[in-house]
Unconditional design. Structure first.
Length: 411
């Protein structure tokens, strides 16, 4: 009879042969070479019965934890009520989600277009900015990571960009947190400036408050839009509903990633002002997505928004995130030779391990301690901590124990 270990090894052999041997090697280097058997709340279990705190959360998709019971129940009920829907048609489900999202996102950001994944929502934001302004130039900032689609790759900082060339014309980047560079770069040809307010994949480097307010003013002076990608920072992760609330600056367009569907159904959104929506009113159905805004996905997202409102997980992210960061700072003091620094906001934190190899080894030691974490995609020497926003104090203690144990072992 085949054992659990034999079944696992067989799956990995088949995956390596048919899909990607390099991917399997990469998982092994981080200690993530196991098969999930079940997941609930902030935890996952492998087929050997080992429990892990999921501090990867599929890049902040699982903000409300794995398999949230109320949202799962709504998915099951919704399967009997509706289906994908006819994507060009208005439905009760689409209208309900659009209204709930308009009420949920602060300020004048009340118009929305639904997508399936972050990259699609990002690419639509770029198309919308070009369409509204009639301009072609899109300006990003160095250190960004926006996803895997065309505009997203073109504006992200990644070594493999050359493998996908030629990139989309009219896209370029300037220095982050540098208003002088912004003034030199933004002109009457600029459609939009696009950035993350906390660059999760780049050691959680955050925008300065004065930089963002100045950037908004420069955009306004030149008729350019300000676009903020909240895929990894939104829906409560930084201690507020959205990271831009920390700054007192309201963007023209916000990108909301897959945390909108709480990891239960793939749905994302691009949210923007009525001013920008003038372009969509002039050109209805100029952008459509077959599976974006699927009626069943809208049902799930409506329930997720209800749970977000009721539980206010950003408050937990603020308090426990501060506790976790303070605990890590003490570990950094003791093991500065291993961990260089900790950065981030709320429950989006990053550890600097000084080299990509050490970061992968640190992840492997964390996994052995029952903590799942991933390395940064831009700053590859970093380790990201993105647990569910529903974690408890005991989970913070367990994460800290894992970090201290890993630091001690590598010291």
């Amino acid at each position: 009879m085949e054992t659990t270990r034999e079944a696992r090894d067989g799956l990995f052999r088949d995956y390596a042969r048919i899909v990607s041997e390099a991917h399997v090697r990469d998982l092994e280097s981080r200690g993530h070479d196991f098969i999930e058997s079940r997941a609930q709340g902030p935890y996952v279990w492998d087929t050997d019965g080992n429990q892990y705190i999921d501090c990867n959360s599929s890049a902040s998709i699982f903000n409300l934890g794995r398999r949230h019971p109320e949202i799962m129940a709504r998915l099951r009920d919704g399967m009997y009520d509706t289906d994908q829907g006819n994507f060009p048609m208005i439905s009760r489900e689409k209208a309900a989600l659009a209204k709930m999202l308009a009420d949920f996102v602060p300020g004048a950001l009340e118009c929305s277009v639904f997508s399936v994944v972050r990259g699609e929502a990002f690419d639509f934001a770029c198309k919308l900015a070009r369409g509204y302004t009639g301009r072609k130039e899109l300006l990003g900032v160095e250190g960004s990571w926006f996803g895997q689609t065309g505009f997203a790759v073109s504006l992200s900082e990644r070594e493999d960009k050359r493998d996908f060339g030629p990139l989309i014309p009219g896209t370029r980047v300037c220095r982050y947190n540098d208003l002088n560079a912004a003034r030199r770069s933004i002109s009457l040809q600029t459609a939009a400036v696009i950035l993350e307010l906390v660059q999760a994949e780049n050691h959680c480097r955050g925008a300065d408050r004065s930089y963002l307010s100045g950037l908004k003013n420069i955009c306004g002076e030149n008729g350019a839009l300000l676009v903020v990608d909240e895929t990894q920072t939104g829906m409560g992760r930084t201690g507020k509903r959205f990271a831009f609330e920390h700054y007192g600056v309201e963007p023209d367009i916000v990108i909301i990633g897959e945390s909108l569907g709480a990891g239960v159904f793939p749905i994302a959104a691009t949210v923007f002002t009525q001013k920008v929506n003038a372009f969509m009113n002039e050109h209805p159905l100029i952008h459509v997505s077959t599976f974006g805004g699927a009626d069943l996905g809208c049902v799930v997202a409506c329930k997720a928004l209800q749970v977000y409102r009721q539980t206010r997980p950003w408050e937990n992210a603020a308090s426990l995130g501060a506790l976790l960061k303070a605990g890590i700072e003490k570990i950094v003091e003791r093991y500065g030779g291993t961990i260089g620094s900790v950065a981030g906001l709320g429950l989006l934190l990053s550890l600097d391990l000084k080299s990509p190899g050490e970061a992968r080894t640190f992840c492997k030691k964390l996994a052995r301690a029952g903590v799942l974490a991933s390395t940064g995609a831009v700053a590859k020497q970093t380790v990201l901590l993105r647990p569910s926003l529903t974690i408890a104090r005991k989970d913070v203690d367990r994460i800290l124990e894992g970090i201290e144990g890993a630091a001690r072992a590598m010291g």
